[in-house]
Design a binder for this molecule. Structure first.
Ligand code: H79
Length: 427
């Protein structure tokens, strides 16, 4: 790819900032992993892990019928959790398409459910006011022209390997372009595109295999406002991606490249697997998930939190319970999330807490992860705070100066919310 910025990538920093305004404000989205792998219900990589052939995997395609699917319910649940956008797997590595693509027969409209489930989902989430994101897998373990490589389910099958010589990666590149074009022209405005993933090197795949630069050129032309992740293997360029996408990983601090802070969105699961996994039993708790959201915003990032619906088309009860718990907290505390970012240097974080900051309103939020007994000392805050209140009930928190510090007198009992937030209105 062009190491220098190509002519079509001519956006200024200010224009980029404008394009990403909503994304910087909202911070919280729902990832949805839904495909045929919801049927075996043992990880979305099941085809790879168990080295299942196309023929063996057919039983899922032949029996896919999510009869209880109601995307309006999904959208309502996302909204009530405080999520402002969603990103749906239009196609995962298994190659199955959730929309009525004209470039393949391996699609939802040819399964027993027969309907374009993607179209219904986009309409439902948009109607609830959520922004629309598409996940699209660059990897495709079903397409006839996708060469077997070291992470392909048939990697150890000599016959399948030998067939690589008849495959034409150029045809697969065209398929990527055709499908991405469908996704970006037939569903209205698409706000985020999440491409997954590159693994360059011997027996892997990267920008040359995907023809990444030309693919991105098409994306930018069709949807000039779209926000794209960083998995096309286009290096450290300032035009090849809009945000970094750490996966099931919480960065230590605001993510940076060459010493410069960059946009980032961490994607996280409830239980480890992205696709519905029946037998996974170690799920994160509601307070853990709330802390994860706060920590993300305290480091200037976004959180994309995943749900893996079942093959009947439902969120399972464990997911429902988590979403509800997060929503309950957001109802009273979302002011400390939306429009917020990392606190400016000069505000030291008290122990067992996290800070978020709203620059427009000059408000600093202290998220108290472990409730202290009666007082909280804010070291070096003298002269910086006009007023303080607990966010969940808006009750005043009185404070006094002690040297350079402010000492807050806390309510006698921990406020009745998973993570209490103290709002400081700054001078
Ligand atoms: O869709 C979800 C996952 O299925 C997908 N991305 C999220 C959003 C994903 N799973 N794993 N990965 C992305 C990264 C995979 C890395 C590995 Fe490997 C595959 C580790 C070992 C095999 C490729 C080859 C990277 C390192 C060696």
């Amino acid at each position: 790819f062009a190491q220098t910025r190509p002519a079509w990538a001519n956006e200024t920093d200010a224009q980029k900032e404008e394009r990403m305004k909503w994304w910087h404000n909202d911070h919280f989205g729902m990832f949805i992993h839904w495909g045929l792998y919801s049927m075996p219900a043992r990880h979305e990589w099941v085809r790879n892990h168990e080295k299942i052939s196309n023929e063996e995997y057919e039983k899922y395609f032949n029996n896919f019928e999510p009869d209880l699917y109601n995307p309006k319910e999904w959208a309502r649940k996302a909204k009530e959790a405080g999520m402002k956008y969603f990103v749906i797997t239009t196609k995962h590595h298994e190659g199955f398409c959730l929309w009525d693509s004209k470039y393949t027969d391996y699609k939802v409209t040819n399964t027993p459910i027969k309907r374009d489930l993607l179209k219904e989902m986009v309409d439902a989430f948009r109607a609830e006011g959520l922004k629309v994101g598409f996940y699209y897998s660059l990897i495709d373990w079903h397409h006839p022209d996708f060469p077997v490589d070291h992470i392909h389910p048939m990697r150890d099958n000599a016959e399948a390997r030998a067939a690589n010589s008849k495959k034409d990666i150029k045809k697969y590149q065209q398929y990527l372009k055709n499908q991405v074009t469908e996704l970006l022209t037939q569903f209205g405005k698409i706000d985020e595109l999440w491409l997954d993933f590159s693994y360059p090197g011997k027996d892997g795949k990267g920008h040359e295999d995907w023809d990444s630069e030309n693919l991105l050129k098409i994306i930018r032309k069709l949807q000039p406002g779209i926000i794209v992740n960083d998995r096309l293997d286009l290096g450290d360029t300032d035009w090849g991606w809009d945000f970094k996408s750490p996966e099931q990983f919480m960065p230590k601090e605001w993510v940076s490249e060459k010493g410069k802070k960059v946009n980032w969105e961490t994607c996280q699961t409830f239980s480890g697997s992205w696709g519905y996994h029946r037998d996974e039993t170690s799920w994160k708790s509601v307070p853990q998930l709330i802390s994860m959201l706060i920590e993300t915003v305290s480091k200037g990032g976004n959180l994309l939190l995943n749900v893996g619906p079942t093959s009947r088309g439902l969120f399972d009860v464990r997911a429902d319970e988590r979403l509800k718990g997060i929503g309950e907290w957001m109802k009273y505390n979302s002011r400390a999330i939306y429009g917020c970012t990392a606190a400016p240097a000069g505000f030291k974080k008290p122990d067992n807490s996290l800070l978020t900051y709203n620059a427009d309103r000059k408000r600093l939020y202290v998220h108290v992860l472990e409730w202290p007994i009666d007082v909280l000392s804010l070291d070096g805050y003298k002269g910086k705070v006009k007023y303080a209140q607990i966010l969940n009930d808006g009750s005043e928190v009185k404070f006094k100066e002690e040297g350079e510090n402010l000492v807050l007198r806390l309510p006698v009992k921990k406020p009745d919310t998973e993570v209490p937030v103290i709002e400081l209105i700054l001078e």
